[in-house]
Design a protein around this ligand. Structure first.
Ligand code: IYR
Length: 225
């Protein structure tokens, strides 16, 4: 550590033997490969403790200057709120599919079979609205500048999705556009910008997913030995 003024503590790091590391890395890759975005949910409950732990995991993400510029609103069953969220999201989506989306975008979405109907917003046991804090606010009301806030929240959301998948749940990254209604309905201040709405639960019995594939390693990575 170059700066002796910095308060440090010892790093608790466990070195994993290489053979075990290979096994773990391969097992995790296989487990994550089983993750699919699910649009059809069962009405089955999920304990709040699972959602709390997944959000704890998300909160371990690295962030610009460690300012942790995220806020997660976990929305349980509240039927009236769910109805209003669905209504607002579907209103935006109808506009998106009918008028706002350029033809090229609709063509890119065609293999996914998405449309303006968002029943999962009422059916799934949890929704997690993820917000980016454009800036922080100190106790005295003064503003704290944030750095790489959107990137940081993207990293946290990736960990959130991985944690929920690891716990045994399905998710859907839903991005109604624009998402300003989330501030109104969830009573979040205007310096918090909606990032996405994560739908969480069990897939419906017999749920199907689009038959799409992931790019192989040689298409997504370049190794320079
Ligand atoms: N927000 C719309 C459209 C949509 C956009 C993208 I990019 C997707 O990957 C999927 C859907 C919707 O949720 O239907």
């Amino acid at each position: 550590m170059a700066n002796s003024e910095v308060k440090t503590r010892s790093l608790e790091f466990t070195v994993v033997p290489e053979a075990e590391m290979r096994t773990r890395a391969a097992a995790f890759a296989a487990e994550m490969a089983r993750r699919r975005t699910v649009r059809d949910y069962a009405d089955r409950d999920v304990p709040r403790a699972i959602i709390e732990d997944a959000i704890r995991t998300a909160g371990t993400a690295p962030s610009g200057a460690n300012l942790q510029p995220w806020h997660f609103v976990a929305i349980g069953r509240d039927p009236e709120l769910r109805r209003r969220l669905r209504e607002a999201a579907e209103a935006e989506e109808r506009e998106f599919y009918a008028n706002r989306a350029p033809k090229e975008w609709l063509e890119a979405l065609a293999p996914l079979g998405t449309d303006a109907a968002k029943p999962f917003l009422e059916v799934a046991p949890w929704l997690i609205a993820v917000f980016v804090e454009a800036h922080g606010v100190r106790g005295n009301g003064s503003v704290v500048k944030h750095y790489y806030a959107v990137e940081s929240v993207g990293l946290a959301t990736g960990l959130l999705i991985a944690a929920l998948h690891r716990a045994g749940l399905a998710t859907l990254t839903h991005t109604p556009s624009p998402m300003g209604f989330l501030n109104t309905l969830l009573e979040r201040p205007s310096h918090e910008r909606p990032f996405l709405l994560l739908v969480v639960g069990y897939p419906a019995e017999g749920a199907e997913v689009p038959d799409i594939s992931r790019k192989p390693l040689d298409q997504i990575a370049t190794f320079i030995p």
